[in-house]
Write a protein that binds this ligand. Structure first.
Ligand code: PRT
Ligand code: ZN
Length: 303
């Protein structure tokens, strides 16, 4: 029975009368922390700031948040200590645990690349034959080399991989790259991409139906938030004789909204634009006669 004293804004979901909770593991600190917390908050999940905490609860969603090292998250999710987790695909594939990737989250983008000295001549992956490659990703690099039928010596090291060639520890490295400046500063160049990666939501393979239900609600919110981030709301004024040309440029969710302005012969046009096409379409709208263009961020987008 529901506790009448409960102040929680959600109802218990389990048929056994126990209040069900989806436990999510996110990185405790590091590159994925801020975006993970922001995603939860944008999804309306009211978590207290978690720095130096192991876990926190939420008042308005049946979720408990665990703050862990990213490397440990796949194991905890496999063991159902956490039901879901947010972690880089690079870690998921390297750890190779029994978990499923549910959704790419669009942040923490990077690639696992093989790099060699900037002045080395590189024609193909056969360069790597019998070479020493330093990495913190031995599993992924071994898989990559096997696929390419290259035999190389993999040196697993735990950090500062980029200095390995300079101190004579290795002939090449495999490390995560985002801007490329670390490689550049260490006199290295990228020659192969082993894996493209971004933060992903992973889940345990044996969730209870009530946990799946909470996960589905969470996913619905994630998708609405991500869609909104990728789109902008646009308002503009158009002379009525240019209206058809302008409308043709605007996709809208169904079709653009057109409202008459107080000034005769003019209309206000409202629509939604994808971030990728944004500048291109704005320029064409101006050329077609649009004026007073306003662009507004969208908070949530539900289609
Ligand atoms: O303490 P904990 O174990 O949780 O964290 P960590 O130190 O192992 O990981 P952290 O916080 O550095 O990274 C977490 C995740 O962020 C990674 O697993 C990736 O999924 C993602 N990510 C995205 C990156 C990068 N970009 C990145 N550039 N992780 C690391 N780097 C490092 C890279 O190793 C290299 O040292 O940044 C350097 C290269 O960056 P550029 O910009 O110079 O190319
Ligand atoms: Zn780590």
């Amino acid at each position: 029975m529901k506790n009448p004293m409960s102040t929680k804004a959600y109802a218990p979901l389990a048929s056994n009368g126990k209040e069900d909770i989806l436990k999510i593991a996110i990185q405790k600190s590091g590159r994925l922390y801020d975006d993970s917390v922001k995603l939860l908050k944008d999804c309306g999940i009211d978590l207290k700031n978690g720095v130096n905490k192991l876990k926190t609860e939420c008042d308005n969603f049946p979720m408990e948040i665990y703050f862990l090292r990213d490397d440990d998250i796949p194991q905890y999710v496999e063991d159902a200590v956490a039901h879901v987790g947010i972690v880089g695909e690079n870690v998921v594939h390297e750890k190779n645990k029994q978990v499923d990737i549910v959704e790419a989250l669009g942040f923490g983008k990077c690639r696992l690349s093989i790099a060699i000295g900037r002045n080395e001549k590189y024609d193909s992956e056969t360069f790597l034959q019998n070479k020493r490659i330093a990495t913190t990703y031995p599993h992924l690099v071994t898989q990559f080399l096997e696929k390419k039928k290259i035999k190389a010596e993999i040196h697993e090291i735990s950090g500062s991989v980029e200095i390995a060639p300079g101190i004579g520890l290795a002939d090449a490295i495999a490390d995560l790259v985002s801007s490329g400046s670390t490689l550049f500063m260490n006199g290295l160049k990228e020659v192969e991409t082993v894996l493209e990666s971004q933060a992903t939501l992973i889940k345990n393979r044996h969730l209870e139906p009530s946990q799946v239900k909470i996960l589905d609600k969470f996913l619905f919110r994630i998708r609405a938030v991500r869609k909104a981030r990728n789109n902008k709301y646009i308002l503009l004024n158009a002379p009525n004789d240019k209206l058809q040309d302008i409308i043709r440029l605007l996709p809208g969710m169904k079709s653009p909204t057109v409202l008459p302005l107080a000034e005769a012969g003019w209309s206000s046009v409202h629509s939604v634009l994808n971030e990728n096409d944004f500048w291109d379409i704005i320029e064409r709208l101006k050329e077609a006669g649009a004026q007073g263009i306003l662009v507004v961020p969208i908070e949530k987008m539900i289609i």
